[in-house]
Design a protein around this ligand. Sequence first.
Ligand code: ZN
Length: 419
Amino acid sequence: MLENPIHGTDLGVLKEQYLVHATKLGYVTSSGRIRWKKLLQEFDFRFSAKFLELLQAPLLGRKSDHWLARILRNPRAVQAPIRHLLLMDFLGITSEVLFRTKAPLPLFGVGPWKCDNSVCPDCGGPKITTVEYMVSPEHGESIGEFTCPTCGQVKCRTIQTGWVRDRGPLWNSELERLWNDAKISVRYIGRKLAADSLTVKRHAAKLGLQFPRKGIRVSGKNGPPRIAKKIHRDESILKRRQTEWLDLQSENHMLSTTDLRNLAPACYAYLYRNCREWFKTHCPIKVCRVPPIQRVNWQTRDLELSQQVAPARKLLLQEVGRPHRISIAALGRQTHALGLIQKHLPKLPLTGASLAAAQESKPHFARRCKLWKARRDAMNDQHHVGTLQSLHVQKPEMTNPRTTQPENPFGIAVKLRQI
Ligand SMILES: [Zn+2]
């Protein structure tokens, strides 16, 4: 302890360091409240009253002002080192461990905090030394409640926002005094009390002050402003609605929040209005309903399509009538995959190779046309048969003789011979 002196008035840090270890042992609730009953009972069990008396550290009367509370609650004065040693021993730590403990930063910083009540004599001065921590059942987050010891204003704060819960007796008495002064306006009162005119009127109504007010201008001719009724939430109703909502979800686990709302609109509305934070965390998880993407197995498709190219070419060659050149487009139309070939040929390497091999060259097409014309003429004139026979002996030109089969010209020639 002597090697780790506490400088200045930094007793709050020491308290936080103790509370870290007390929390680990279950002596502090999740909202930061000390479980005094449990702590004192176990402290009693650890150290006898006689022993504590011998060490001049008795816990007399168990009132809230015993030395343990002075260390752990609001350390305003230094306590004897023997008492700290007793507390460390009780918490099962050494002074080295205690001083090495990194206490979490308090939620609202280290006090004292300033009072912002405009009528408070200590306005702007750091006079608030205590903060009460609580967890809002509505918002589910920590709230700090700051009470000014001078003016009695109670202000609540969360991490994001703050509001005045009670303006305190000083503010109320000042309002009463100003309200009854007919020479000043409501706006002036508002400026003095750092509140807008409506807030002034509402508080005047709450305090039961005279309406309409007699002043420079008559205010509140229509009586006091309406004061929103404070909703006193019935915890039993809330619990019932929460259970109802959870049951509804478990019975209909496939339904969305909107579907559940349609099933139980009253339950939905109650929870949405009264405990929105809880409600947000107890709704079905939103599912992104995007239609499933059809995955194409391009390898299989390529293989299948490539196998269709040769039969398609054969069919095109067997077509009756004036020949048409066997182009890639013609093969695509024949296989009913023209669009696929035009758009996705890079994904179809086998098909691409088959098509390249199967498409007809210009000379080959020219010869085929010539043959067809000759055949047509032969049909008209039997004398042309000899000419056709001389033509068919020419070897057909293939774009890729390794992958394509010789066809048509021979077929036609054979037929012609039969003719
Ligand atoms: Zn104050």
